[in-house]
Write a protein of this length. Structure first.
Length: 88
């Protein structure tokens, strides 16, 4: 939880710095605020999507605790060897 708060604070700090540099005489503060919040929300959404998501832990008949990923198809594509790699 502390990591999320720290990451959010860093993104907010960086976004506010870029807003101060981007401000010109023609831009309105309201427009800059909306643009900054939109960028912040996009960055926060990308951060949340990068965190692995897991199902609730289950225990099988042997007493082993199993924690499954919610989206294993994404990981299987990366780690599964191709046919050409295994047939040498």
């Amino acid at each position: 939880m502390k990591r999320i708060i720290c990451a959010s604070a860093i993104v907010l700090f960086l976004a506010s710095g870029s807003l101060a540099q981007a401000q010109t005489d023609d831009s309105k503060p309201e427009d800059l605020a909306v643009e900054g919040i939109a960028k912040l929300m996009d960055a926060l959404g990308a951060f949340i999507k990068s965190i692995p998501q897991y199902e609730a832990p289950t225990m099988n008949e042997n007493g082993d605790i199993i924690i499954r990923r919610k989206h294993p198809e994404k990981d299987d594509k990366k780690s599964a060897p191709k046919l050409e790699e295994t047939s040498t």
